[in-house]
Design a binder for this molecule. Structure first.
Ligand code: BT5
Length: 246
């Protein structure tokens, strides 16, 4: 086991990602070490977004990795393997789990988990990687500004033991990480694509303020999303170059 080979628990923290990065700066850490907490005072999402989570209700953790066989240009492959690991965990508890490109896990139209990967890149190598995951377990009411947040309990009605869920999800993530390092990456990418939210369905998207109809057909190992527009044109989008409308 790589992921989860060492666990560091804190009652509360500003952010598990910030704590993991701090520990990595101090000294080399055992690969797969997990920092986890019951509560974050400054939980972070992408680009200044916040991650909200009630105390002791959900999983909030970060994994320290040294994915030295992955080139910086393929770093999105790490995100793919993490998204699949979370899907594997969700599949064992409920139906309808999908991956919303680029880095959310959904159940139907609601968000159950978010991933924040922060890589430290030196030249042509990923020197270290902090993979932060927020996974909603027992929280049933969320702030009104996030109406589409959902949890395992909200879907199934059951109460879960967070520590048990942590062990389960870590072993799923470990399996996918080893698959990424030692197996066929094309398989990871094709499984990731097959689990995509709204794959091959016609929907509206917004690009630079203008709305168009298209359907998601693929994601490249660079992380670019491929959409077939209703004009027949195939277009590539990076993160933040496109928004889902409905
Ligand atoms: C993410 O960002 O989804 C990545 C979230 C990563 C959180 C973990 S928790 C452990 C580790 N330590 C950290 O500090 N962070 C990581 P993004 O795609 O930017 O989505 C953020 C948006 O999701 C917010 O702006 C809200 O709209 C929504 N959101 C916030 N809290 C949520 C929750 N608990 N469940 C569902 N959606 C939420």
């Amino acid at each position: 086991m790589i992921i989860g080979s060492k666990l560091l628990f804190y009652e509360d923290l500003p952010s598990t990602n910030t704590q993991a990065s701090r520990l990595l700066k101090e000294k080399v850490q055992q690969e797969g070490t997990v920092v986890y907490t019951d509560f974050q005072t400054a939980g972070r999402g992408q680009t200044g977004n916040k991650w909200e989570s009630g105390k002791g209700k959900n999983l909030l953790f970060s994994i320290m990795l040294y994915p030295d066989t992955i080139l910086p240009e393929d770093q999105f492959m790490i995100s793919m393997s993490v998204s699949l690991g979370i899907c594997d965990f969700l599949d064992s508890h409920l139906e309808g789990a999908t991956i919303k490109w680029p880095n959310d896990n959904y159940v139907k139209n609601d968000k159950i988990a978010g991933i924040l990967i922060e890589n430290s890149i030196m030249g042509d190598k990923i020197e270290s990687c902090v993979t932060g995951i927020g996974l909603n377990i027992n929280q049933v009411t969320f702030p009104t500004e996030i109406p589409n947040a959902v949890s395992l309990k909200k879907v199934t009605g059951k109460e879960y033991t967070p520590d048990q869920c942590l062990n389960e999800v870590l072993s799923r993530l470990d399996f996918r990480y080893r698959q990424l390092l030692y197996d066929d990456r094309a398989m990871i990418r094709s499984e990731y694509v097959s689990r995509l939210y709204r794959l091959n369905e016609w929907h509206l998207f917004r690009r630079k303020g203008s709305i168009f109809s298209g359907r998601i057909t693929d994601v490249l190992s660079s992380g670019k999303l491929i959409i077939e527009e209703n004009t027949g044109k195939m277009s590539e989008f990076g993160f933040r170059e496109i928004e889902y409308v409905r």
